[in-house]
Design a protein around this ligand. Structure first.
Ligand code: ZDP
Length: 302
């Protein structure tokens, strides 16, 4: 009798500020070796490996050294990922792949992004130029060629003022003032309502931000496709950009997230946003994606 062995996948778990990812060395082929459903199953923290997303290291494109793709823990695909690309840079270094001064040119669905592993182990990323027009985010909160600043949005029975920024992926930034504190915010309740609000046709990540000083922001994030995470790199960048646009912060600030802090700088001359923070390996292992997916399909039926 022929026995069909479930195929094995080698993976590497990394985290940046507690935003954790399953990294897959997928350099042998241009398409991710997992389906979005398998990736989502592996992200499950009880029936799988556990992660906020799966990141694939793919062959380079358009002159870049490598490409990156990311499936969120719900299986949806994100164009960009700030904490994830720091983890990817550290992974490349761990693989012994030579770099120019620690820097790797990475093709993403949001364009070319360049992370650099510094001698002290922190990773600095040139996150590119934020996109501020409603049509680019995308959101219907303004006309396509207009910026979205301090627009009223009805969510959970009240009006919020929101500023929208794309770091390649969509972000809705909400500054909490006066009445609301970050601790009291019912993130699990309001987060999904922002994520799925019809004003954001591609759904959205949402950052709730407190400006403690012009150079220190605190935030909590509800991520599109991943829910409440301990940190979001693109979200920290989007929050700083929104704070500068609204004249609440200086173009260089510390952004504190539940999992730790990032340094973010918006170079107003080149328009590029720079982000610096940690990225560390956790463990490597092998798994059987088909079986993991099968066990969850079984469980959902019962
Ligand atoms: O845009 C999205 O769907 C995000 N959930 C992608 C992940 C963003 C990330 N947390 C970050 O740090 O930018 C990895």
């Amino acid at each position: 009798m022929a026995i069909r062995l479930p195929s094995r996948l080698v993976f590497h778990k990394y985290q940046g500020l507690g935003n954790d990812f399953i990294l897959v060395d997928n350099r042998h082929q241009p398409q991710p070796c997992l389906t979005p459903e398998e990736a989502a199953a592996l992200c499950n923290r009880r029936f799988g490996v556990g992660a906020d997303g799966v990141i694939f290291l793919l062959p380079g494109q358009e002159g870049a050294d490598f490409s990156m793709r990311l499936f969120n823990s719900d299986g949806s695909e994100a164009e960009m990922c700030g904490n994830g690309i720091r983890c990817l840079a550290r992974f490349l270094q761990d693989l012994g792949i030579p770099s120019r001064d620690g820097a790797y040119q990475i093709h993403t669905l949001a364009g070319r992004i360049v992370p650099r592993v510094r001698p002290d182990g922190l990773v600095t990323v040139d996150m590119g130029i934020p996109r501020l027009l409603a049509g680019q985010i995308p959101t219907t909160l303004a006309r396509p060629e207009e910026k979205v600043m301090r627009q009223p949005l009805q969510v959970a029975g009240r009006e919020w003022q929101v500023t929208a920024v794309s770091m390649g992926n969509p972000h809705c930034v909400v500054f909490l003032e006066g009445g609301g504190s970050l601790e009291e915010l019912e993130l699990e309740k309001v987060g999904p309502l922002f994520e799925h609000h019809p004003a954001f046709p591609e759904r959205t990540n949402t950052e709730f931000v407190q400006v403690l000083s012009p150079s220190y922001l605190r935030l909590r994030v509800w991520e599109r496709g991943a829910g409440a995470t301990l940190a979001c790199g693109t979200g920290a960048c989007a929050a700083l950009v929104a704070a500068v646009l609204e004249e609440r912060a200086e173009p260089q600030a510390t952004v504190e997230l539940p999992g730790g802090h990032l340094e973010v700088r918006w170079d107003l001359e080149t328009q590029h946003v720079w982000m610096t923070g940690p990225a560390l390996p956790v463990f490597s292992g092998t798994t059987a994606p088909e079986e993991v997916l099968g066990s969850q399909a079984q469980q959902e039926k019962s």
